[in-house]
Structures are given as structure tokens and as C-alpha cells.
Design a protein around this ligand. Structure first.
Ligand SMILES: [Fe+2]
Ligand SMILES: [Fe+2]
Length: 282
């Protein structure tokens, strides 16, 4: 009996873990005003910064994983690497299209994207390839826990342009599907946990700090002064005790420091099974 239950659970885990490359289409023309995210310039600028970060950031993920592909001997894992690259390339493509629309409604997405790309160029010359892969592992953990928040808190996205919500939910699901690929490749390439934790000390502070600075920069460029009401709402979305963005992300962020951490140990199977049914490829 127990063996049957375990077998069913394992099958579900395997089904959930399958990386599916979906062909998607989004029409971002429903984003037709500057403060398109809940009419709040702070929240809109923050989300816009995330979207501007994805194209150069995900290219870095692809490059660092691809560079270590030869260390991978397991054919199943090699297939996962290929699917990881295809998923990230598709995310980049659609975020570029979204970013074009965000530029049209008044956000200097290009300026943020350029800054991110320049920072990555500097990292590429400064750090060894395995260190860049460690950085990718850290950022993949962060994207997987952000994805968890997106899929578990759909009410935050109520009345937001449907094309954006669909994009983020699709992207979130695929981030969770491929969350262990960079970690496994890093370990195959001889990476060690100590260096990984060291990388997370930099990434865990640098990433949120840079996102905050870039949000302020983007707001300043848009020449908008948020009202007290906007600050209050943004504070609620970020920090409320029950399901605030920072509250939830920080809680799951700490999993990374567990002695035997592996991305799959963060149980997101039920969440993935639910959303695999909801996200329909076109
Ligand atoms: Fe992605
Ligand atoms: Fe990813």
C-alpha cells in the first residue's frame, strides 16, 4: 500500500518536474497607460524594472549553463539543459516585446536594460565561468521563489492587463519547472556549496538593492511623484505579514542556506500540477 502511494507520489513529482517548452503568444496592446499596474507608479516601475532585467539577465543564465554543458553526462539532464535554454530564450523574446510596449507607454525600459547589460559585461570579464554559474544558481533560486509568490497570489494581479498577467504566470510556471537545472549543472561541473553560499551573500543583497535603485531611477525618469496612497499600497503589497512579496520571498530565500539544499527540496509539486493545467500553449 505504502509502496503504491510512494510510487504515485514519485510519478507526480516526475510529471511536475517535466520541463515543457510552450509556444506562447501575447498581445501587449492592452497595456495602454503609463501606470498600468494597479494605477500605482511605484508598483508599475518595480515590475517594469523586473521585465527590463529579464532579457540581459536570462541571456547570462543561458550562457553560463551552456558553457558548462560538457560536464553533464546524464542524458536526461542534458535534455533538461536544452529545454532550460529553450524556455529562457522564449522568456527573453516575450519580455522584449513587453518592454517595447512599456517604452511606448512612457517607461525608459531601454535605459534600465542597458545598465543591466553593462553590469553583466563587467561581471563576465571579472569573474570565472564557474562563479558566474554560481550566480545563476542563486538567481534561479530567487526567480523560483518569486514565481511561487506570483502563482499563489493571483489577487494582486486582479484588474491588471491580462496579457501581462498571462505572461507572468507562464514565466513563473516555467521558472519552477526548470529551477534545479543550473544547480545540477553547477554540481556536475565541480561546484561546491561553500562558494555557492558565498555567491548568494552577494546576489542576495545586490539583486534587491539594484532593483530598488533602478525603480527609483525609472520613477525619476518618468517625472512622477507618487502620492502617500501609492506608498501605502506598495508597502502593503511588499511587506504585509500574510502574503507580502518581500515577506514570502524572504521566507523561502532562507531555504538556500540549508545544509543539504537542493531546489527540488522546496516542494512546489502541487502548485506546478495545478498551473500546468491552467497554462495553455498557443
Ligand atoms: Fe525565465
Ligand atoms: Fe530561469
Amino acid at each position: 500500500m505504502n509502496i503504491a502511494i510512494d510510487k504515485a507520489a514519485n510519478n507526480q513529482t516526475a510529471a511536475a518536474r517535466t520541463i515543457q517548452v510552450r509556444r506562447m503568444e501575447f498581445n501587449f496592446e492592452d497595456i495602454n497607460k503609463q501606470n498600468w499596474f494597479r494605477d500605482n507608479p511605484i508598483l508599475t516601475a518595480f515590475i517594469t524594472v523586473l521585465s527590463a532585467t529579464f532579457p540581459p539577465g536570462e541571456q547570462m543564465f543561458i550562457d553560463s549553463v551552456r558553457r558548462h554543458k560538457d560536464f553533464v553526462k546524464d542524458p536526461d539532464r542534458l535534455k533538461e539543459v536544452t529545454d532550460f535554454i529553450r524556455q529562457e530564450a522564449a522568456h527573453t523574446h516575450h519580455h522584449r516585446l513587453l518592454n517595447d510596449q512599456l517604452f511606448k507607454v512612457g517607461w525608459r525600459v531601454d535605459a534600465v536594460e542597458e545598465r543591466v547589460a553593462n553590469a553583466i559585461k563587467k561581471h563576465n570579464t571579472r569573474f570565472r565561468p564557474i562563479t558566474l554559474l554560481a550566480g545563476t544558481v542563486c538567481l534561479e533560486h530567487i526567480t523560483a521563489i518569486i514565481a511561487d509568490w506570483i502563482l499563489n497570489n493571483t489577487e494582486v494581479f486582479e484588474n491588471v492587463s491580462p496579457s501581462f498577467v498571462e505572461l507572468m504566470q507562464w514565466h513563473a510556471l516555467e521558472e519552477i519547472e526548470h529551477k534545479s537545472v543550473a544547480f545540477d549543472v553547477y554540481m556536475d561541473a565541480g561546484g561546491d556549496r561553500k562558494s555557492l553560499r558565498k555567491a548568494m551573500r552577494l546576489v542576495g543583497i545586490g539583486f534587491p538593492l539594484l532593483c530598488t535603485i533602478r525603480t527609483v531611477y525609472l520613477l525619476a525618469k518618468s517625472r512622477q511623484m507618487p502620492s502617500w496612497k501609492h506608498f501605502k499600497e506598495a508597502y502593503q503589497v511588499f511587506f504585509n505579514k500574510k502574503n507580502g512579496f518581500v515577506t514570502c520571498v524572504y521566507r523561502d530565500f532562507k531555504l538556500f542556506y540549508q545544509e543539504d539544499f537542493h531546489p527540488d527540496k522546496h516542494d512546489q509539486v502541487d502548485l506546478m500540477m495545478e498551473w500546468k493545467k491552467l497554462i495553455i500553449a498557443k
